[in-house]
Design a protein. Sequence first.
Length: 158
Amino acid sequence: MKITDRHIKFAKLTLEGKLRAPEIAAHCGISERQGRNWKKDPEIEQLIGAFADEAIRDAKRLLTRYAKRAAQVLVKLLETRQIQEGEVIRQEFVYEPEVVRKAARDILRLANISVESKEQTSPTICIIRENISCSDIEKRALRTAKRARSIERRAIGN
């Protein structure tokens, strides 16, 4: 069978999944029965598969384009601030502890670092300078964030 513009339109609308079969047939100027027959046709199935593959490639390109920005946002979520209380200077996370934990886990997972800790992270903010214990995940996340910032600074400097 020779693939026509109607076949291409039919394949794209079918893949989109927004319209029901009768609506797709009407948009393509064919009967519902012909639409059902086209769906069963191996060439149309192949055409739909090709459009699906193209959509996946486009999505991967888009995700790849924004991967660096997404990593920077994750690292930003691990930022800390210094708080001075009398003579004691302590450092705490800027964002809510649950947001920090999730960002830390995501960074570690994306860096292929195993995060299998039975220890539960405490709901309190991790204070670094006073040596109050942090969970392993939080400590590893801070080290990962420092490494990421260091790599980013070197990349900007070059």
